[in-house]
Design a protein around this ligand. Structure first.
Ligand SMILES: Cc1cc2nc3c(=O)[nH]c(=O)nc-3n(C[C@H](O)[C@H](O)[C@H](O)COP(=O)(O)OP(=O)(O)OC[C@H]3O[C@@H](n4cnc5c(N)ncnc54)[C@H](O)[C@@H]3O)c2cc1C
Length: 310
């Protein structure tokens, strides 16, 4: 009861900061995840600009409110019970992208989609971002995860990023201080809220960039079950192996728990074949981990991030 009273108070305070149109309560998070899975969040806020985003984050920190950041929700498994706290969603409004032709770089806000940044790079004859054009996340989510594909990662392009630290101070992270590793970054290690970033690209011929994007996206389409809701590759790549191959060689393609199913097209993906719950996906993940371990003595580790209670 006290928790809900607190939530009502937080709702009113946050509504005062962002305005009626940018806040909701008890919204099912399945609307904001690529898995199309997830129960309700107590409160969800869509800050309309960076200044109000800072005020929201500052309010949440000062009042020690549990918070969750969502960019485009493409790497998340949200519990069927949802999330007790405040979701800050960046992917709707914080999407400004600016191309600096003389510096051959792009400045983008955290909620900008990688596909939109790739389109801006192409339009301005800037190469180096083709690898990310088919990753369905936002810039914030991609920097947090150090997302990557086809031999490149965000670490290859991010040169300078502004973020909020735990005390809500604005910090600028440059070069090696991003501390990028495999699916990790200083933002993940230190719980920083990414605001915007500068991406260094290079001059390149329009047709060359376009051709490369087309090739990579065709590869993606032919090898990944993009026609179903999913959260991409479920597991990290174990050193010396490929998760998908280990799962396939364990005979798990097509294996189902409720509505969750190991993709027939790419065994590294779990798809929502209709009405999967988070519990179905969680059970399937645990089953895969134990089957692969029994067969190959390799312990798979999830790449997707579980949110809420399981
Ligand atoms: C079909 C499909 C294909 C995919 N292919 C790839 C691929 O090739 N390579 C790859 O690496 N990934 C891939 N993914 C996974 C996913 O798209 C990436 O991890 C992406 O970077 C996540 O971005 P997002 O905005 O959706 O983040 P979300 O899923 O919303 O969040 C992921 C994490 O980032 C945090 N976060 C989000 N925004 C911020 C911010 N502004 N500041 C701090 N933290 C933040 C969240 O709190 C969360 O912990 C794929 C997913 C799908 C569904």
């Amino acid at each position: 009861m006290e928790v809900m009273d607190n939530m009502n108070q937080h709702f009113n305070e946050l509504r005062g900061i962002v305005g009626d149109s940018y806040i909701s309560t008890r919204v099912p998070l399945k609307q904001y995840t690529s898995f199309r899975i997830g129960g309700p969040a107590d409160i969800i806020v869509f800050p309309p600009n960076i200044e109000l985003l800072k005020k929201v984050v500052s309010y949440l920190s000062q009042n020690q409110v549990t918070r969750l950041l969502i960019g485009n929700g493409t790497n998340l498994l949200v519990s069927d019970q949802g999330f007790r706290g405040v979701v800050v969603h960046t992917g709707k409004n914080l999407k400004t992208i600016q191309v600096q032709e003389d510096e051959k770089c792009i400045y983008a806000q955290c909620g900008a989609l990688l596909s939109a940044i790739a389109a801006a790079a192409l339009k301005n004859n800037l190469g180096g971002f083709e690898f990310a054009s088919g990753i369905p996340g936002t810039l914030g989510g991609a920097l947090f995860m150090n997302a990557g594909a086809y031999g490149s990662t965000m670490s290859d392009v991010a040169v300078s990023t502004t973020a909020l630290d735990a005390q809500c101070n604005e910090v600028t992270v440059n070069g090696a201080d991003h501390d990028f590793g495999y699916r990790s970054s200083c933002f993940r290690k230190n719980n920083l809220f990414i605001l915007e970033s500068k991406l260094q690209l290079y001059s390149c011929d329009y047709d060359t960039i376009k051709e490369k994007m087309r090739d990579l996206n065709m590869k993606r389409k032919s090898s990944q079950p993009l026609e179903y809701p999913s959260a991409g590759s479920v597991f990290k790549r174990p050193v010396g192996y490929f998760a998908g191959k280990l799962i396939e060689d364990s005979g798990l393609k097509g294996c189902k728990k409720g509505g969750a199913c190991v993709s027939e097209k790419h065994a590294g993906f779990i798809i929502n074949s209709g009405d999967a719950t988070a519990q179905d996906v969680d059970e399937l993940i645990n089953h895969i981990i134990s089957e692969v371990y029994n067969r190959f003595s390799v312990k798979l580790e999830p790449e997707i991030i579980r949110i809420g209670e399981f």
